[in-house]
Design a protein around this ligand. Structure first.
Ligand SMILES: O=C(CO)[C@H](O)[C@H](O)COP(=O)(O)O
Length: 262
């Protein structure tokens, strides 16, 4: 009879196995969406400057781009330290918004949650400011995600809260104002994993993040964005409303759903 080590019981083993399977399925969904979006949307005869978002789904998009010779000569604008490194590691051409005065032809980005109007919560990875800056400079903006991110009301799938990037000096005053604006909600400073760094998560721009749980947003997402964004000290809000033209979702069954702006 074989004994499993320590507390490695049959029940634990099955739990770990299921978790691995789920992670693999989710990752496959991300890959499917990313590859299909790259193949459908980036047309080397027509496009010259491509914006790339941040996160794990974008890593798949970068792998696909790097593997297609005809896409290697285009210029790629990053939205984070992570994406900048990936562009350089894959020996692609890195560009900046300053170097591309005519703007970006199209941007592909990940999302934390997307509703049927193609409004999205973004900033789970903390890169919302640069992501929005590049999206704003782009002719067209597209989202890619696995099927878990499909939503009927923002705030029901990604429940950590709307990410809000704030200048450090404004932290407690903004936190207090947001608590007054959303008394039922919870406004938390995003903390780093203590085994990696003590204290808060610091963004690529040297700022802090507040995760604002304010419940399901329904059709109020654009108004909530405006209300928070207008506060002095807020750099950006992770609600991208009316920006995306299409969203690609990789499903568990191996298919890809494409949602288009009505
Ligand atoms: O907005 C983002 C980072 O600020 C990411 O696009 C978002 O968090 C999705 O990440 P992933 O593709 O890893 O699920």
């Amino acid at each position: 009879m074989h004994h499993l080590p320590g507390n490695f019981t049959r029940a634990n083993f099955s739990k770990i196995f299921k978790r691995c399977l789920t992670t693999a399925t989710v990752d496959n969904g991300k890959r499917l969406a990313a590859w299909k979006a790259v193949d459908d949307l980036i047309l080397p005869q027509q496009h010259r400057v491509i914006g790339l978002g941040s996160g794990s789904t974008i890593e798949h998009a970068l792998q696909r781009i790097a593997s297609r010779q005809e896409l290697r000569s285009l210029i790629y604008v990053s939205t984070s330290f992570q994406t900048r490194q990936l562009i350089l590691q894959n020996k692609l051409k890195l560009g900046t918004l300053e170097e591309c005065p005519n703007g970006v032809d199209l941007t592909i980005d990940g999302a934390d949650e997307v509703d049927q109007d193609l409004s999205a919560i973004k900033g789970g990875g903390g890169c919302l400011f640069q992501e929005r800056l590049v999206a704003q400079a782009s002719q067209d903006f597209y989202l890619i995600a696995d099927e878990r991110k499909k939503s009927t009301s923002l705030g029901t799938k990604y429940t950590r809260g709307i990410p809000v990037e704030v200048i450090p000096m404004a932290l407690s005053s903004i936190q207090r104002i947001l608590m007054t604006m959303h008394p039922e909600g919870s406004i938390q400073l995003r903390m780093a994993n203590p085994s990696d760094k003590a204290g808060p998560v610091v963004t690529d721009n040297g700022n802090l993040l507040l995760d604002c749980q304010v419940g399901p947003l329904g059709d109020t997402a654009a108004a909530v964005y405006q209300d928070i964004k207008r506060l002095t000290g807020v750099v950006e809000v992770g609600l991208f409303c009316g920006m995306a033209k299409k969203a690609y979702f990789g499903n568990n069954d191996g298919t890809v759903d494409i949602w288009t702006k009505h």
